[in-house]
Write a protein that binds this ligand. Structure first.
Ligand code: THU
Length: 134
């Protein structure tokens, strides 16, 4: 269970991470934050490239940071954009690798947010169990 204070901290961290976005091509800055079971936060922002297809979304940047820091699970996520945009399909898939049906907060630049969950965003997702074939 996430406290109100943790939720606010998570959303604030996603909006702060958004300030670090490198998005000169789309001008659509995105910040993401993951809450870990021990209360720590891991953040990420989108990082674009002149070779457009090499750009990475904020959510995946945060997940890759988390895993590279030795953690393989998060308990809630927040994404902050100008207009409370929803995570892209690729990010939904990557997020489901490292969490169950956890709360996801979609915030706008003013900090207004709506709450959804990971499995609401990506029902019937492909997971490691699908690789267990004989
Ligand atoms: N973007 C994200 O960072 N996360 C998403 O879930 C959707 C899209 C980024 C990618 C690109 O840098 C910009 O937003 C416009 O698509």
């Amino acid at each position: 269970m996430i406290t109100k204070a943790q939720r606010q901290q998570l959303i604030k961290a996603a909006c702060a991470a958004r300030q670090q976005a490198y998005a000169p091509y789309s001008n659509y800055a995105v910040g993401a934050a993951l809450l870990l079971a021990d209360g720590r936060l891991v953040t990420g922002c989108n990082v674009e490239n002149a070779s457009y297809g090499l750009s990475i979304c904020a959510e995946r940047a945060a997940v890759f940071k988390m895993v590279s820091e030795g953690v393989k699970e998060f308990v809630a996520a927040a994404v902050c954009t100008e207009n409370a945009g929803s995570p892209c399909g690729a990010c939904r898939q990557v997020l489901t690798e490292f969490a169950g049906d956890v709360p996801v907060y979609l915030a706008d630049a003013e900090g207004n947010f709506r709450e959804t969950t990971l499995y609401t965003l990506l029902p019937d997702h492909f997971g490691p169990e699908h690789l267990e074939i004989s």
